[in-house]
Design a binder for this molecule. Structure first.
Ligand code: FES
Length: 169
């Protein structure tokens, strides 16, 4: 589990919880919930799928089956590093669009793409539930608030220069 915080500590699980609650934990909200999970986590990892199965009282095999059936769900991170830029209202008004274009320029990719060397995947979310620290992004699974193009640009440049990325091709 690569040192990931316990669900209670991980802010993204709280947002996922709120989504499931809004759907009254109805099993037929599975697809919407999976969409939200992918938006928050960048892909659907196993413990997230299990958490959803448990919360919606569905057999894990069914949740896994749905997640693998639809091509728009991904069960593995496509890039070694992931960057999710929140484009929700609070983040948008605080400059999320320029954060996104900064990453697109540095990585030379568009939203939803992964760099050719497999180093970085870029995606967007509608709200990470961190509006108080807008504009927020998720870098390698960590929600980071109060971003500026300069700060984010430096972090992404650093990620892309990491030795792990150099051996990716
Ligand atoms: S709108 Fe970005 S965290 Fe809520």
């Amino acid at each position: 589990m690569d040192g990931k915080p316990h669900p209670n500590k991980d802010h993204r699980f709280r947002v996922l919880e709120a989504t499931m609650k809004r759907h009254q934990y109805q099993p037929n909200s599975l697809i919407e919930v999976l969409h939200k999970a992918q938006e928050l986590f960048g892909y659907l990892e196993q413990d997230v799928l299990l958490h959803i199965a448990h919360s919606l009282k569905l057999p894990p095999s069914q949740v896994y089956g749905v997640a693998t059936f639809y091509h728009f769900f991904s069960l593995t991170p496509s890039g070694r590093h992931t960057c999710v830029v929140c484009m929700g209202t609070a983040c948008f008004v605080k400059g999320a669009a320029s954060l996104l274009s900064t990453v697109e320029q540095i990585a030379q990719i568009q939203t939803g793409e992964t760099t050719r060397d497999g180093c970085l995947s870029l995606s967007t979310a509608r709200c990470l539930g961190a509006c108080g620290s807008a504009p927020a992004v998720v870098l390698d699974g960590q929600v980071v608030g109060y971003q500026t193009s300069e700060k984010l640009g430096q972090q992404v440049t650093q990620m892309m220069g990491h030795p792990q990325c150099k051996v990716a091709t």
